[in-house]
Write a protein that binds this ligand. Sequence first.
Ligand SMILES: *Cc1c(COP(=O)(O)O)cnc(C)c1O
Length: 225
Amino acid sequence: MIRQKVAMVQEKIRLACVRAQRQPREITLIAVTKGRSIEEVQEVTQAGVTDIGENKIQEARQHYAQCHHLMRLRWHMIGHLQTNKVDDCVKMFDLIHSVDSVHLASEIDKEASKIQKIQEVLIQVNISAEETKYGFAPQAVGEALKEIEMLKNVSVNGLMAIAPMVDTPQKVRPYFRDLRQLRDSLSQKSVHKLSILSMGMSGDFEAAILEGATMVRLGRALFEG
Ligand SMILES: *Cc1c(COP(=O)(O)O)cnc(C)c1O
């Protein structure tokens, strides 16, 4: 079942790439495993997904303990992160998508230096200016980036955003476009490449690919329906 859904999603990614004149290998498919059983996580990796997205540290610990030895997986932290959980986070995750304050970035830096790791991160941007969402306001990202780039054990590799709920995928494209344009303008001023754009979920990943996403984070499309 999950295997078929993975194949279907990969085909949709391929078709979106054809429309966008991009290569499917430019897109990393992240399976978002919140609320999923160990068996489901294992099944999705057996179907060929190599990247796992976690929202909560508690649940991530369980998935990680049961699955990380099975094959070479990349682990992504995509949920809001409290500073007191950062130590476990830097031990588990290859990429932290949800850096939403300079304070959090400096805690990550501190914990990463203890284990001599350069922690790769993305800056989360609140592109829709919703109060309920985490992330920097777009106009605040430049300043924050300057400070975060000074941290020795943190490497900023791009931006992440969660699009607002809209009734058609078409309406969501301007938000994704804004994120890409923000990335493009920051890239010119930054020492880092900011090559990653983590945007697009089950309802809107094709629109995100058309606007330049390099990582899509899918839960329902892989595990439900
Ligand atoms: C849950 C979640 C997703 C996946 O959402 P689906 O709609 O199930 O694809 C992606 N990103 C974040 C940050 C999430 O919390």
